[in-house]
Write a protein that binds this ligand. Sequence first.
Ligand code: PLP
Length: 405
Amino acid sequence: MDHPQPGPPLSPETLAAQALGHVDLSSGGLTPSINPSTTYEQQPDGSYRQDRVYTRADNPTYEHAEGLLAALEGAGCACALFASGMAAATAVFQSLLPGDHVLASRVLYWGVRKWLAEFALAWGLDVEFVDSADLEAVASAIRPGRTRLVWVETPANPMWEVTDLAAVCELAHAAGARVAVDNTVATPVHTRPMEFGADLVVHSATKYLNGHSDVLAGAVLTARRDPFWERIRSWRRNAGAVPGPFEAWLLQRGMRTLFLRVRRASDSALAIASHFQGHPALQAVLYPGLQSHPGHQVAARQMRDGFGGMLSIRLVGGAEQAMAVLPAVRVFKRATSLGGVESLIEHRRSTEGPSSPVPDDLLRLSIGIEAPEDLVADLEAALAAARRTPLTTPTTTPGTGAPTG
Ligand SMILES: Cc1ncc(COP(=O)(O)O)c(C=O)c1O
């Protein structure tokens, strides 16, 4: 592939729109080619062109998507794609050593919390959950010299609690610990955690980065190419936690429209949250863009151009009312996951199952790129229909522990 001419630095929007501006040298194509080969020819002298041997280690199509995401997350960082967001997150934890102390946000994507409880503890990681929005709690939970990793998600699923990244990084670094930030929800459009001191950034690329609900992928980025980064890369290679080249190609295509999609979703989410704040059917609208949200001040400091496309609503009337909203929606799709072009609605506690700490009156909304007035009208109509529904025991089956997004 040809590289763009040198010149003044380009803005992230331009880099994303042009997928770094590469042109395919063999055809002149503006669309990068896919390299599906799993294996590479050995030369008569035993060497390999470009040192490529086998796709479980590396592949040009991964590297294009990795280069683009690294350019969006911050100057000088490196990126490794993974088969899913969970594969990316667990690669970070599995690169630690048994006995290492890990602090993780108390409010956290359920899949990561479940994995930590089921596997990391049994494997010997000393995992402790802390309210990472409470800096005093973080300061007293960090064990200098023993805490190796502080894992933060912000805004965090599904209450959208906000963690002060600069403050947590300062506390962690003073004690010799790394900070990894799950930036799936904010995306580099709103927050670049390395600008606040984060050592590692993790993504479920399944969500906004790809944006079309048709690719499962993840990514880890590092601020430094140090031995811990080499361990993460070695884990990926040896455990085989890589995506397919087709997924990597689709991901770079999805990222070309990242800024448009995420800004649209954020603008709509703010409009929807503002519209429904104080609605008589709701006891709360949880969205970091609202001044009433406890994390708003910090979010305003560390998020730019909006507050993301995720919000939750809590119903007056509890679980029964929340459940009654679901069958009444027409535009919102009833589904798990987030960050796609279509808007989703989900009763999060049912999805997560009986051990879920999520209030049972909460519905999680992922706002897509549809006309916001259609989404507002749909939710208004569904809330009104739910109020007319006679209250019964909730009918949604409790979560089975099946993977959710
Ligand atoms: C914040 C966050 N992190 C990680 C993941 C896991 O990603 P994946 O489903 O791609 O494994 C998810 C999935 O919903 C998520 O929402």
